[in-house]
Design a binder for this molecule. Structure first.
Ligand SMILES: Nc1ncnc2c1ncn2[C@@H]1O[C@H](COP(=O)(O)OP(=O)(O)OP(=O)(O)O)[C@@H](O)[C@H]1O
Ligand SMILES: [Mg+2]
Length: 455
C-alpha cells in the first residue's frame, strides 16, 4: 500500500483533474481538496466549458456533477468514453438518487459520489482513479491484460468477448454480476476482473453466501465489537473490512436471506458499514462482484430477491458461456488441464478419447472436464488415456436436460447432443450418423449448421 501511495504522490505533480459543477461552492471545495492532495484542477461550470478544457488538456481524472445547465453528466461520461478513453470519470449525484448512479456506471463511469460529498470518500476515489491513470497506456497495461486474461483459457469468439469485457470492467469500480451455469468459470472471471483492476494489490475476498448460518451473517459481513453478544470477547473485522480497498466476491448471492439483502443494499449505497454492537458507521471502499448459477431475475420475480438490490448488483452483467457453446475451446482446455495435473509429461489421449471429449456436452462445464481428466489420469495405463478411462456417460442427455433454460434452449441442446452422440458412434461419418438418427443426409447437414456443431 505504501508503495502505491508513494508512487501516486511522486507522479501527482503532473496529474490534472477536471472538475465540472455548476455550483461555485462545490467547485471550490473539490479544488481545495485536490490541491491538498498535490493535484491541480481545472474547473468548468457547464458541459460546453468542459468540452473546451478536454480539447486543450489531457486529464487523469474527471469529476462531474450529474445536472448541468446545458446538459448532464452522462453526456460527459459518454464523450470521455468515446474520445478520451484513458481518463476515468466519476459522477457526483444528488443525495439518494440511486438511479443516476447506476445509469452513470452503466454508461462507463468509473465510480460515483453522492452529495453532500464526503471528503474521505472523495480522497479514496481519487487515489483509485490515479492508480489506474498512472498505468502507462502501452506496455504495463497490456502486460496486466495477459496476466488477468490467462486465468481464463479459450480462444473461441465467446471467450474472447468475455476477456474483452473483463478488460473493460477492470477499469471501473462498477458492480459486476457474473451469470452462468455451474462450473463455467464465474469465480475465475471474478478473480480476473480483480486482477485486472486498479485494486489488484488489495485483497480479493470470496464469500459463499449460501454457506453462512443466518444468525451469524451480519457479524460475518460487517464484523462485531467486543461484548456485542455472548462469545464476542474481542473486536472482529467482517468481510467488508477484510476486502477494504479490494474486491468482495459474493458467490451464490441468491442464497442471501431477505433481511441480509436489506443490510447489504445499505452498505453498498452508503459505502459504510456498522459492526454489530457498534454505534458508529465506518467507511469502506469495496468493489462488489456477485454471482449465482441461478437466474437472479427469476428470484426477483419469485419475490425471494429484492429488486432494488438486484439493480444495484447487476449494473454490468458478465455472462460466462457454457462449455458446449464454445466447443472449439475443449482441446486447449484438455491440454492445459493435463499439463496442470501431470506437469511436463502429461499422458497422451487416444484419438477416440480426444474425439469423445470434443463431442461431450459437459453439463458441469469446465469443472466436469477437469474431473473427467483427473479420473482418467488416475485410471490410465502407460501414460495413455483410452476412451474407457474417461468414463463418459453413454449419452450426456440427462445433464443436457438438467441444465435448464427455455424450451427452445433445451430442445436445441437435446438435438445437439443426439447428433454429437451419433457422430461419435459413427466416427464422424455423416451419412452413417444420419441413418442412425433416421433423417436424411441433407437434413442432418442443415441441423449441424443451424446448431453450429463443429466437426
Ligand atoms: N476458461 C477457463 N479456463 C481455465 N479454467 C477454467 C475456465 N473456466 C473454468 N475453469 C476452471 O473450472 C473450475 C470451475 O470454475 P469456477 O469455480 O470459476 O466456476 P463457477 O462458475 O464459479 O462454478 P460454480 O457455479 O459451481 O460455483 C475451476 O477449477 C476453474 O479453474
Ligand atoms: Mg463458483
Amino acid at each position: 500500500m505504501s508503495i502505491n501511495k508513494a508512487g501516486a504522490r511522486a507522479k501527482t505533480t503532473e496529474m490534472r483533474v477536471l472538475v465540472i459543477d455548476d455550483e461555485a461552492d462545490i467547485r471550490e471545495l473539490l479544488d481545495l481538496t485536490l490541491a491538498r492532495m498535490g493535484l491541480s484542477a481545472d474547473c468548468a461550470g457547464s458541459v460546453a466549458e468542459a468540452k473546451a478544457f478536454l480539447a486543450r488538456e489531457r486529464y487523469h481524472l474527471c469529476l462531474t456533477d450529474m445536472r448541468l445547465p446545458d446538459g448532464d453528466g452522462l453526456e460527459i461520461v459518454r464523450l470521455i468514453g468515446s474520445d478520451y478513453g484513458a481518463t476515468p470519470v466519476a459522477v457526483i449525484t444528488a443525495f439518494g438518487s440511486t438511479d443516476n448512479a447506476v445509469s452513470a456506471l452503466k454508461a462507463g463511469a468509473f465510480d460515483y459520489l453522492s452529495k453532500p460529498v464526503a471528503l474521505d470518500q472523495l480522497r479514496t476515489l481519487v487515489k483509485s482513479a490515479l492508480n489506474l491513470s498512472a498505468e502507462p497506456a502501452g506496455g504495463g497495461a497490456s502486460e496486466k491484460k495477459t496476466a488477468g486474461g490467462t486465468l481464463l483459457i479459450g480462444e473461441s469468439p465467446a471467450m474472447l468477448a468475455v476477456r474483452e469485457m473483463i478488460d473493460k470492467v477492470g477499469r471501473s469500480q462498477a458492480p459486476v454480476y457474473v451469470s452462468g451455469e455451474s462450473g463455467s468459470g464465474k469465480e475465475l472471471a471474478a478473480r480476473s476482473i480483480h486482477a485486472q483492476s486498479a485494486r489488484h494489490a488489495a485483497p480479493f475476498v470470496p464469500v459463499n453466501c449460501g454457506a453462512i448460518p443466518e444468525n451469524l451473517m451480519e457479524s460475518e459481513f460487517f464484523g462485531y465489537r467486543k461484548g456485542a453478544f455472548t462469545g464476542a470477547d474481542s473486536d472482529r473485522e467482517g468481510f467488508f473490512q477484510a476486502a477494504n480497498g479490494g474486491t468482495l466476491f459474493l458467490d451464490e448471492v441468491a442464497d442471501l436471506p431477505l433481511a441480509m439483502q436489506v443490510k447489504l443494499l445499505r452498505a453498498i449505497q452508503e459505502k459504510k458499514v456498522r459492526k454489530v454492537g457498534s454505534a458508529v458507521e465506518e467507511p469502506v471502499d469495496v468493489r462488489i462482484i456477485s454471482a449465482t448459477h441461478r437466474q437472479l431475475k427469476d428470484c426477483v420475480d419469485a419475490g425471494t430477491f429484492r429488486q432494488d438490490l438486484y439493480y444495484r448488483l447487476n449494473v454490468i452483467e458478465l455472462h460466462m458461456p457454457a462449455l458446449r457453446e464454445r466447443q472449439e475451446d475443449i482441446p486447449i482446455l484438455v491440454d492445459a488441464t493435463l499439463k496442470r495435473l501431470c506437469g511436463d509429461n502429461p499422458p497422451s489421449l487416444s484419438p477416440e478419447a480426444r474425439q469423445a471429449l470434443a463431442a461431450y456436452a459437459y453439463p458441469g462445464n469446465v469443472r466436469e472436464l477437469e474431473n473427467i481428466l483427473e479420473r482418467a489420469t488416475a485410471l490410465c495405463i502407460d501414460g495413455k488415456i483410452a476412451l474407457e478411462d474417461l468414463q463418459l456417460s453413454e449419452t450426456g442427455i440427462e445433464g443436457v436436460v438438467d441444465a435448464g433454460g427455455t424450451l427452445d434452449d433445451q430442445v436445441n441442446r437435446f438435438e445437439r447432443q443426439l447428433i454429437l452422440d451419433a457422430l461419435v458412434k459413427t466416427g464422424d461419418n455423416r451419412t452413417a450418423a444420419a441413418r442412425l438418427l433416421g433423417v436424411t443426409f441433407r437434413s442432418l447437414r442443415y441441423r449441424i449448421e443451424r446448431l453450429g456443431i463443429d466437426t
